[in-house]
Design a protein around this ligand. Structure first.
Ligand code: F6R
Length: 603
């Protein structure tokens, strides 16, 4: 959480940093700030509220500089306020820092410095970094940063400027992402690639406890012993257009609409001749007697959907674990277990910890990740990339869909390798997966019924989602999507579970969204729908095997036919749109829902 950016170069740093912060706002948006260095020293503006408010302030009180650092915050220590916003300065105003992460031992450091007379002004953990760096500063900022980092416990990605060394911008990281971008007019640091894409596609990935020293024209890397580190830059293939709204009102809608292309490219990379294909083909699956999928939020839901596919096709036990639980449960995994990590950002703290725990226990780790060069992508034994491009809306859509198809393809490949299905059967299943992009294109041309129905749903206090079997798994994602962007309470239940308690919550005009793509279970889910209708509920049926006719309390939205194992990829498109239009009709800030951040890099 929190986004940081820094720039040193020949152009005015202020608009460059503000633009970069806009592209990082998905990481946190309760306050923001910027510090620049110019011929008069530091100029700092920071305040509580959205970035647009900071921009408005700066337009009234112009500032400029050739070097600067900026921050967009998701509060962890100290409530959102002007004083708790970054950048933070030491009390002598010599060192300014921006920080993404959590300093776990900040209380001890603070007490130590207070005893020596340092005066703290904020409630944040981050301020100790600026104060400690000033305490250690003795004419060499790199040395001060090394000493400071040596005292910090926790996670950090830092941008640091020192008044007495006005030509150098320093960066260091541990357990939080930081990239260095090299443009022809200057050098950048940033939490993520989209922040620099308008200027360069040449980036270095900083490893833990590596220090980058930037000037207007150069960047050098060192380890904590101050020995030079050689690094090669990587070329990013994402285009700047993919990080723009492209005429849509919200990134979320644009990203939903991009799904056919994303599905196509992801399928191509795994079934054509891309890197994903090479990795999947090279996997020796015969050594695994268990598969554990671990992830958070929507990525966990993708794992839940794929459990049905793996188990059905491979006849192998698949456990799906929340990464935040897996890391603390002394998981039963060994060298015969394949642990699959699913993560859009590749930086989710809990998923990283789960991966490290699995590796520590000797399991093989395979990640499905969207962000190239992210921690999970680099540390897992095998990495498959989803071809979603930058996903900006906090609520994931296209990355989720890409995760699903990669998981399907893995499941079919494993089943073939294990001899559970014939080559011909596998080819038929691959062909069905490959047909998803075109089917999704057709669906996205017929979104009117979803849009109209969603417009009638803004008044609900609570909406339930039900399904059976794999439809239940995708109902979980529908429910999560709705609650996170529309702020309507929602829960997902297996249809058969209602009668064991939940049905008591059903009353007049409760809405129940029922998913029905498992034809063999249609009568069961229909009977669940009737049970809630007879208790006053309204039902929105979304599916491809519905025999009922619409009525006063029953609305139907048809989906195209497809193998039930892959139907979640279709249901989810309309579930995403349903949530989107409910939230849009409520006039909510869809791309940046309250209290959330896209990249959850803290526990
Ligand atoms: C929901 C959502 C989150 C993420 C979760 C994991 O729309 O986006 O639930 O899925 O925070 O994030 P990643 O995939 O980056 O590990």
């Amino acid at each position: 959480m929190c986004g940081i950016i820094g720039y040193v170069g020949t152009q005015n740093a202020v608009p460059i940093i503000l633009d970069g912060l806009k592209r990082l706002e998905y990481r946190g948006y309760d306050s923001s700030g910027i510090a620049v260095m110019n011929n008069n020293g530091f100029d700092v503006v920071k305040q509580k509220g959205r970035l647009s408010e900071l921009e408005a302030l700066i337009s009234q009180r112009p500032m400029s500089g050739y070097m600067g650092i900026g921050h967009t915050r998701w509060a962890t220590h100290g409530k959102p306020s002007d004083i708790n916003s970054h950048p933070h300065l030491g009390s002598q105003n010599k060192i300014a820092i921006v920080h993404n992460g959590i300093i776990e031992n900040y209380r001890q450091i603070k007490e130590r410095l207070e005893q020596k007379g340092t005066n703290f002004v904020s409630q944040t953990d981050s301020e100790v970094i600026a104060q400690l760096a000033e305490y250690y500063y003795n004419g060499d900022i790199v040395e001060a940063v090394i000493k400071t980092a040596g005292n910090l416990e926790g996670s950090y990605a830092l941008g640091i400027m020192c008044l007495d060394e006005p030509d150098r911008l320093i960066a260091i990281k541990k357990d939080n992402p930081l990239i260095i971008g090299v443009a022809d007019h200057g050098i950048f640091i940033a939490s993520d690639v989209p922040a620099v894409l308008a200027h360069t596609n040449k980036v270095y990935y900083l490893n833990d406890k590596e220090i980058a020293v930037l000037t207007k024209t150069s960047v050098e890397f060192y380890n904590m012993d101050r020995e030079p580190v050689h690094k090669e830059p990587e070329t990013i293939t994402w285009s700047i257009d993919s990080a723009e709204k492209g005429g849509y009102e919200h990134f979320m809608l644009k990203e939903i609409m991009e799904q056919p292309r994303v599905l196509k490219e992801t399928v191509q990379s795994a079934l054509g001749c891309g890197d994903n294909r090479r990795i999947i083909d090279g996997l020796d699956v015969s050594r695994f007697n268990r598969i554990v999928i671990t992830a958070c939020g929507s990525a966990y839901n993708a794992g839940m959907v794929s459990k049905y596919v793996f188990e059905q096709l491979c006849r192998i036990t698949v456990e799906v674990e929340l990464a935040s639980e897996f890391r603390y449960k002394d998981p039963i995994v060994d060298c015969n277990t394949l642990v699959i990590l699913v993560s859009q950002s590749g930086e989710t703290a809990d998923t990283i910890a789960a991966m490290r725990e699995a590796k520590r226990k000797g399991a093989a780790t395979l990640s499905i990740v969207n962000v190239v060069g992210s921690t999970i992508a680099r540390e897992s034994d095998y990495t498959l990339y989803t071809m979603a491009g930058p996903e900006i809306a906090v609520a994931t859509t296209k990355a989720f869909s890409a995760q699903l198809v990669l998981l399907y393809i893995l499941a079919v490949s494993f089943a073939k390798k294990l001899g559970k299905i014939t080559k011909e059967a596998a080819d038929n299943l691959f062909a069905e997966i490959a047909s998803l992009p075109d089917i999704a294109t057709g669906m996205l041309k017929r979104i009117d019924p979803v849009q109209k129905y969603a417009a009638t749903c803004v008044g609900y206090k609570s909406i339930f989602f039900i399904g059976r079997n794999i439809d239940y798994a995708i109902a979980m994602e529908g429910s999560l999507k709705l609650k996170e962007i529309s702020y309507i309470h929602s829960e997902a239940y297996a249809g058969g579970e209602l009668k064991h308690g939940t049905i008591s919550l059903i009353e007049d005009n409760t809405l129940v969204v029922a998913i029905s793509c498992c034809e063999r279970l249609y009568e069961k889910i229909y009977s669940n729908a009737e049970q809630v209708i007879s208790r006053g509920a309204k039902v929105l049926f979304i599916g491809n095997c519905i025999k009922a006719v619409p009525g006063e309390r029953l609305e139907i939205i048809e989906l195209p036919k497809i193998n039930e194992l892959f139907a979640p990829s279709l249901s989810v498109v309309y579930l995403q749109l349903f949530s989107y239009y409910v939230a849009a009709n409520k006039g909510l800030d869809i791309d940046k829902p309250r209290n959330l951040a896209k990249s959850v890099t803290v526990e």
